[in-house]
Design a protein around this ligand. Structure first.
Ligand SMILES: C[S@@+](CC[C@H](N)C(=O)[O-])C[C@H]1O[C@@H](n2cnc3c(N)ncnc32)[C@H](O)[C@@H]1O
Ligand SMILES: [Zn+2]
Length: 279
């Protein structure tokens, strides 16, 4: 089946998960490849099976080249140990999952491939990221949208995934079901420490305290799963690694220094929080 037809089917089946980002009314219908809201605002499915919901194009700092590098790094298993810890945390729910700020979607695609059940929608403000994801993976369902004006219906999501991405907790609350939860992945203080050592002194240390405190103030029953491991990179992978992370964009690291980046530390925390108190 063509991607566009597969996506039209997904939309028909899960129309209740979406709402118009302009007028917030329900979507009544998918006619052909067009989604139409109660106020007649229309959104077209692209050939790749994605939907574009932005009111105006957004300029993001992530170029296609950077996204391709990020995708190759994902493919070589850079985040796999973290995702393997995350998977059982999300799968408990077996419900509807939203990946907020999915980039090129490798994480959701991996979780889906691993057996994640239920519909998974992945969205990002970067059209390039969504296009690349939709061209590469058959699942999740990919959407271009802004967290600040999201095209999703109120109280329909069991899990919101938020991996190394910005968040909007008020919007997350609106989208989550009463017993829904957010799984947020944040860098720990030693995340990519080998790369940080090339940075100016002020950027060599990092603390996630503020982010964590904000999460704990907002959500209930917060659990914290630290994940620590190292990844060995080849020269080619080091080049991709340097392109894919904003942390390296302002520094020039010659190949003669690659030995210092041969083994990279991944230090992350997976925060899980409930919208309401779980009995
Ligand atoms: C560091 S990337 C992480 C991407 C992906 N989760 C990953 O781990 O590979 C942060 C992502 O957040 C997205 N983003 C930033 N602001 C956003 C917004 N307002 N709405 C949706 N996505 C946004 C960016 O486009 C980018 O893809
Ligand atoms: Zn509308």
């Amino acid at each position: 089946m063509k991607k566009i037809d597969k996506s039209a089917l997904f939309l028909k089946e899960h129309l209740d998960l979406f709402r118009c980002p302009v007028c917030a009314s329900d979507f009544k219908n998918v006619i052909g490849n067009q989604l139409i809201c109660g106020e007649n605002h229309t959104y077209n499915l692209s050939k790749k099976g994605t939907i574009y919901f932005l009111m105006k194009p957004s300029k993001t700092e992530y170029s296609r080249e950077m996204l391709l590098s990020r995708q190759r790094i994902a493919k070589m298993g850079f985040w796999k140990p973290m995702l393997d810890v995350l998977y059982p945390l999300i799968n408990k729910n077996n419900g509807v999952t939203l990946d907020a700020g999915c980039g090129e979607g490798a994480h959701s695609a991996y979780l889906k491939e691993k057996g994640l059940k239920g519909p998974v929608i992945a969205f990002d403000i970067s059209k390039e990221g969504i296009n690349l994801g939709a061209a590469t993976y058959s699942s999740p369902f990919f959407v271009v949208a802004d967290l600040a004006q999201s095209p999703f219906q109120t109280s329909k999501f069991d899990t919101i995934l938020n991996i190394l991405s910005p968040s909007n907790y008020d919007e997350f609350d609106r989208l989550l079901k009463e017993n829904g939860r957010v799984i947020k992945v944040v860098p720990g203080k030693n995340y990519l420490t080998e790369l940080r050592s090339f940075q100016t002194l002020s950027k060599q240390t990092y603390s996630n305290e503020e982010v964590k405190n904000k999460f704990m103030e907002h959500f209930k029953n917060v659990e914290n799963y630290p994940v620590n491991y190292t990844v060995e990179l080849t020269d080619e992978e080091i080049s991709d690694f340097l392109k894919m992370t904003p942390l390296a964009w302002n520094i020039d690291i010659p190949k003669t220094k690659y030995e210092k980046l041969r083994r990279i530390t991944i230090d992350m925390e997976i925060l899980v929080g409930n919208k309401t108190i779980e009995e």
